[in-house]
Design a protein around this ligand. Structure first.
Ligand SMILES: [Zn+2]
Length: 183
């Protein structure tokens, strides 16, 4: 399989998964811009933003916000860049939509020119250990089991199945065509 994010789900990657559910995954990848960078992505392969259902996109955005909060708390970030690289022209280098949460520090030297560096296993482990519990704690405050009997939770919205999907074959798209150039 050639998709890095699908490979994470398949267990064919060094990346570690902090959280996964029926719609989305949060992972610490080993090839990132700065230690602590987290990727939130739909479980179902979707090359570009517009192919992600509103329900899944909303879910990903909520997760990205929680990851950002966790990063402030446990990594002492001074800010976060929350980034979507949508299409080859925007620097997208994985043909699977994702939201990147990038912790910022004073004078971190990050110029956002998209020059990834290889993390050591120690850095990867540290990020994983610190974030896993922090995120789980935040997640536990709001998430309810989806298969359990119905509980009264006014803020929980049950999403309806998406009846229609946008297919790249039906709708030729510059972003999709450009993504095919990714090795
Ligand atoms: Zn994929």
């Amino acid at each position: 399989m050639g998709c890095e994010l699908c490979n994470i789900l398949a267990g064919e990657s060094k990346a570690v998964i902090i959280h996964e559910d029926d719609r989305a995954v949060i992972a610490v990848r080993d090839h990132v811009l700065t230690p602590g960078q987290i990727t939130v992505f739909p479980r179902e392969h979707a090359p570009i933003l517009e192919m992600v259902s509103e329900d899944v996109l909303s879910h990903c955005a909520v997760l990205a916000n929680k990851v950002s909060i966790a990063v402030f708390e446990c990594l002492g970030a001074k800010g976060t860049n929350i980034l979507v690289r949508n299409g080859l022209g925007a620097g997208q280098n994985i043909p699977h939509f994702g939201i990147e949460v990038i912790p910022r520090q004073d004078n971190d030297g990050l110029n956002l020119q998209w020059e990834p560096k290889q993390l050591s296993e120690d850095e990867l482990d540290r990020t994983f250990v610190l974030l896993k519990d922090e995120f789980a704690a935040l997640q536990g405050q709001t998430e309810k089991p989806t298969t359990a009997e119905k509980t009264v939770e006014p803020k929980e919205v049950v999403s309806e199945p998406k009846e229609e999907k946008i297919s790249g074959k039906e709708k030729p798209n510059y972003l999709l065509k450009s993504l095919k150039k990714i090795p």
